[in-house]
Design a protein around this ligand. Sequence first.
Ligand SMILES: *Cc1c(COP(=O)(O)O)cnc(C)c1O
Length: 223
Amino acid sequence: MSTIAERLTAIRAGLPAGVELVAVSKFHPVEALAEAYEAGQRIFGESRVQELCAKIGALPADIQWHFIGHLQTNKVRQLVSTGRVALIESVDSERLLRAIDAESKRAGVVSRVLMQVHVAREETKFGFTPAELEDFFARGAFRSLEATHLCGVMGMASNTDDEARIAADFEAIAEARRRALGLAPDLRGFDIVSMGMSHDYPAAIAAGSTHVRIGTAIFGDRI
Ligand SMILES: *Cc1c(COP(=O)(O)O)cnc(C)c1O
């Protein structure tokens, strides 16, 4: 059986230069994260606020934590006030975005976020459809943000064996970012395309992913 370090090394060897690896450590114990950290991993993805807060306290301070789960507005204060979240990847509504902005301002921090784009046929219902994202940028709705930096998009492909469908979903996510930029050419640093998980990340990279979020292929099955 391979170790976490061996699996990390193998995955990194296959990533093109410039593609960042987010090690999705949700549901795994701090010992597993520490092993990945020892192997050089610095970006970790978590999906629950309470679990993330516990892990922040138990692990080294130079870890970049990404929040990747559905975030309830009533948990935003707890998340933002840690001051330790490098990127909130899963902003799935304008209401949530406004809450993050307000709490960030209150906490005296600037939050970096990704807009979650919903293209998959089934699975999660969370996220902006490409049309909703276009509308958001066409309205200039981002201009009133005071303490939030929009850094790009995040998305998931349909959970299917249909490779053409998966490729089309990833293309649609990447295209959503380009269209947003087309509507807001003065938007700076809207560069991240976070897509691709254990089972589909090569296809995501082919479609222009800059950040892959890989859990199972590093840490094994979640308990
Ligand atoms: C759990 C999760 C992942 C990682 O999935 P794996 O199949 O374990 O690689 C990636 N992105 C999001 C949003 C997740 O919730």
